[in-house]
Design a protein. Structure first.
Length: 106
């Protein structure tokens, strides 16, 4: 019974993890960026911590998705740690660029 419930929860966790790293996390970052641009939030240390915590959580959840939840590529192929490495590097470059723009323009 315990093994069966564990097998049933794995697909649910996979869906939740993919939903987080593909949509929820990036949308949360977009909302923070928009709030900074619209001057709702100041670009300060707490905002920085929230921003970078979200960035790192997206990367970590993607890793967990690939490593433990049978994550897939957009083509439906099994994702590998090489996919995660590319995802992480491109994500960090992108999020660093966004943050630098925010620091210097807002």
């Amino acid at each position: 019974m315990n093994d069966q419930s564990r097998n049933e929860s794995a697909p649910s966790l996979g869906v939740l993890s993919r939903l987080y790293w593909m949509a929820i996390g990036p949308i949360a970052i977009i909302l923070i960026v928009l709030a900074i641009i619209m001057k709702s939030f100041k670009n300060n240390i707490p905002t920085s911590l929230i921003y970078w915590s979200l960035v790192l959580s997206i990367i970590l959840i993607r890793y967990l998705d690939i490593r433990y939840l049978k994550g897939e590529t957009a083509d439906g192929e099994p994702a590998t740690l090489n996919h995660w490495k590319k995802f992480s590097i491109m994500g960090l470059i992108t999020y660093c660029a966004i943050w630098l723009v925010l620091i210097f323009l807002f």
